[in-house]
Design a protein around this ligand. Sequence first.
Ligand code: AMP
Ligand code: MG
Length: 409
Amino acid sequence: MSEGSEIVLSYDEAAAVVRDHAEQVRGQPRPVERVALFAAAERVLAGAVKGDRDQPPFARAMRDGFACRAVDLQAGWLRVRGQLRAGEAWAGGAIGPGEAVEVMTGAAVPAGADCVVMVEHVSVAEGRMRLAGPRELAAGENVVPAGAEARGGDVVVPAGRRLGVTEIGAAAACGAAEVEVWARPRAAILATGDELVEVGEKPLVHQIRNSNSYSLAAQVHAAGGEPVMFPVVPDDARATERAIAEAAVCELVLLTGGVSMGKFDYVEQALTALGAQFFFTGAKIQPGKPVAFGKLRETYFFGLPGNPISTMVTFALFAAPLLRAMGGEDDAGPRFVLARVEEEVRVKAGLTRFLPARIESDVRGARVRRIAWQGSGDLAAAARANAFVVAPETAEGLAAGELASVLLL
Ligand code: AMP
Ligand code: MG
């Protein structure tokens, strides 16, 4: 594309553009699939899971102990009327004054009783029990009232949630043996470059392996999409046009390489020839400055710079949030966390930098350390990293001990 039509944005501006489009695509209707809950982990819920009954469905004992009326406990000995396990129905009628029932955790507290005294806190003798020491119990202690967690018919997991561990557990408790999830959006992966050979082939000394298609496929999958691999596109204007036109049957087209100012970078030119609309053609970031985002008729595309780490970072920053939104996810990212900087990082101001880093965490929090690299082609350094530490556009780096934002993949 000609220099006059370049649209180069700051990181924040570019992220806001993607966010706006993500909002638009999230609202659009998508096909729904019914899947077994067992196979639904990491899918995005299309139909809310509602409680099929109150939760808990009965007043639930939270401890092993004795169910009784809290006011009776100061009076001394209470008569133990029987024992009640989890899963057992009490047939003995309401608990009256001066009475108790031995209950196990998970049992349905009989009517009349309003608390459970922990077994550790009582003395038991000859069919009676009392508090073992000075202790006060309020009504409601160690009992979860029926319906306190959720009412029958309440939304327990809303549509748009990605089904993680907690959501799956909650859906199972609601009896949702099957759930409705959104179909995964299909993302075409097109690597460009005359130097590229497939991973299974033996490259000549001046050739390199097409690693980006693989890392992108992994990222697409992690973002809830279905990667669709296309053959490598040679550095040729017509071939690039043809390949893009073919790939545009997918909802998202991801191109890598060929978006810089080199003589044989044809991606933007081909997109322009096909009538594409560009929302930006660059961002003030490093790595990944030549990243392009736009739409070719109904299909969104990203032109991701070919250097492997640039591809990863620009996907995580811009493509992943759009793809997650296409998959119906309500919390589309990107994912940042704060971590304490272990060693000073010095860079020039003017670009927002995303530097390969290792983040480690324990119960006190997270620490981050930059990984030395040979620039944005250094996949070996990327493999030693597990995240990217952010050096803001306005600063000359990060001081040891400061809290920095860290991009997670
Ligand atoms: P480009 O963005 O096409 O100028 O490529 C920048 C650098 O990334 C060059 O060193 C390319 O060889 C390399 N590169 C481009 N595409 C890929 C790919 N699919 N896999 C690995 N490296 C690539
Ligand atoms: Mg290239």
